[in-house]
Structures are given as C-alpha cells and as structure tokens.
Design a protein. Sequence first.
Length: 365
Amino acid sequence: MLVPGMKGEEKVRENTSRLVYFEDWMDTNAAHKVLEKADDIQVERLRYNNDRAYNDAAMARAHGYQVQSRTELIEPWFPDSELLLRAPNLVAVSSTGAGYDYIDVKACTDAGIAVVNQTGTNKESVAEHALGMMLAVSKKMIQADRRLRRENNLDRMELTGSEMLGKTLGIVGLGQIGSRTAELCKLAFKMHVIAYDPYVSESDIKSRGALKVDFETLIKESDFISVHCPRTDETLGMFGANQFSIMKNDAVFVTTARGGIVHEEELAGALERNEILGAGVDVFWKEPPGPDHCLMKLDNVLVTPHHAGITQEANTNMSVGGAEQWIALFRGNQPPRLVNPEVWPKYQERFEKILGFRPVDLGKQ
C-alpha cells in the first residue's frame, strides 16, 4: 500500500507495517511495483522540505526506514542514536546500496534494530567500473584526451601505455564485487589474481579464482590493485604513503570502495612523485570532493563522483532487492543481507513487542 504522505492522525489498518523513505529510491518505480504486492506494508515518501514536525511524526510511527545514500542524505536524518530516540517503533533500517558506514550499527544493535544492506545488487556495475578505470589509467587515456584537446603536434609516443594481459591483479576485499572483478579480469585478460581478505578462508579465496596473500605481499607484487573492502575501524587509512612507496613504479591503483580507506593527500603525493603510474578514484572522504581537491589537478588520476555502482541496471537491482527484503523482514523472515546478525535475539523481542508476532529464529525460515 503506497501513499505519497499521510496526516499524522490518519489511521491504518491493524497489522500494517509502516516503511518510510526520503525523496527517492535509486529506482522508485521498480521498488513501488514490488511493494504494491504487499497489502500489509504502508510506504510513505517524505520530503526534506516538509515541515520538520511532519517528518518527525512520520519517523516516530515508522517500523522501517529505507535510508538514502550518504551523498544525498542530510541532517538530522542519519540513522544514529539521536534519530533512534525519535523513532520508538523502528525495527529495521536499510541502506540504499552495499555501503552502510553512515549507519550507526552499534546504536541500532544496542536498541534491537536490524540493519540490512543491498550487497551484491550492484556488483556488476562496480566491477565493470573498476575494470574500466584500470584500462583507462594503464592506457593513459586521461592524459591522451586532455593533451589532445589543448596541444598541437602532440607526440603520441609520450603517451605509451601498458597492457593488462597476464599481469598480476591484487584485490583487497574479496566479497561479491571483488570476486566479480577478479572473474572479469581473469576471463578478459588472463590476469593472475591475488587477494587480501582476512575474513575469507584460503579455500574460499581459491574457489573465487584468487590466491590468498598477506597485505604487504599484495602491495609489492601487484601490477594493478583494486580496493573493494568496506570502511571499518580496521580499514580506515589502510592505504597511505608507506603503502604507495613500496608499490611497483608502474602500478595502477583503483578504489571503488569507500572514502577514508585511502589517505587522499598521500595518494596525491605519490602520484606527483611518480611512485606509481596512476590511479582511479571513485570515492572520497568528503563527497562530492570539489574542484580544489588535491587529486583534481593531476593528469595521472581518473576521478569519478562515487557512481561506480550507479547504472540503470544496478539502480533497479538495488531497489527491487531492497523492496523484496523489506517484505521478507516485515513478514518475520530473516532478511537475506543482514549486517548485524548478533542483534537477532534482541530484535525478535523488539519486533514482537511492536508488531505483535515473533520473527523466525536466525537460520530458520
């Protein structure tokens, strides 16, 4: 059941779950088509320019909160401990895509609120983007395009690039996106893939087409490095001056993960000193970064505005996947992309108290 907005005093039928979101999903029409099939879910679309009291009232009665991406989301609607105090009926929050670093997972877990994401739904788009960045940087397409536009009598030999065929690709974070990137590079360019991921076993990494190595080995031996890990306390700042200094001089570094994993100023310094060949950067600490950012003045870096996962197909996949997950969740089933499984016992209690029935035990449907 979809409503563009409802008055605070308007009643809905008993056993209806209320889901709110601001402005748009990635593909709002696709999400609505899925949710229209669930008569027991009321979906309310909120606007940032609504009266604050109206939005607060909607959030207070909401059972689910579909959160916009970090780039579009504004204060005071970040899902943090302060918002949770204003949302006493909330049982779950969902990120738009795979990333959820802007959701206070600890606060949600402490309150008994499930956090879900859309991991894997945009893996094809991000993997293709990472591969495209590797090609563009290694072939010096950025420099070629810029110089051809502004120079006469360009010496093309100064733009000699390198091939990807048979080279070593190092992947940091071998989840669904990292695995798809490995698969594409092996199929297209017969690359030797090595991976660093402390949370994936050696046998699982092997089954995904890569060889498990430690972090330093990956940095030293890779011709191409592609970063696909989440931003956590462990990965924050994991790439800095020390790491760039021991990479190969002709290495290509690509990140489509999350801002903050890379020290951007130190990457810029390494590029200026030609310690590595070039870089492709889709994510930044502050987004969008602005034209004065330290990487913007360099010709050996390709920058994009955190849109590796934004394609027509990915937008639809993320929205449909998110909508289907809400239906499963509100019907008491285990959501397929649960970020904080440790919340489940407390979540069951909160869910039953608010919605009147107990969800399934974890691992059972």
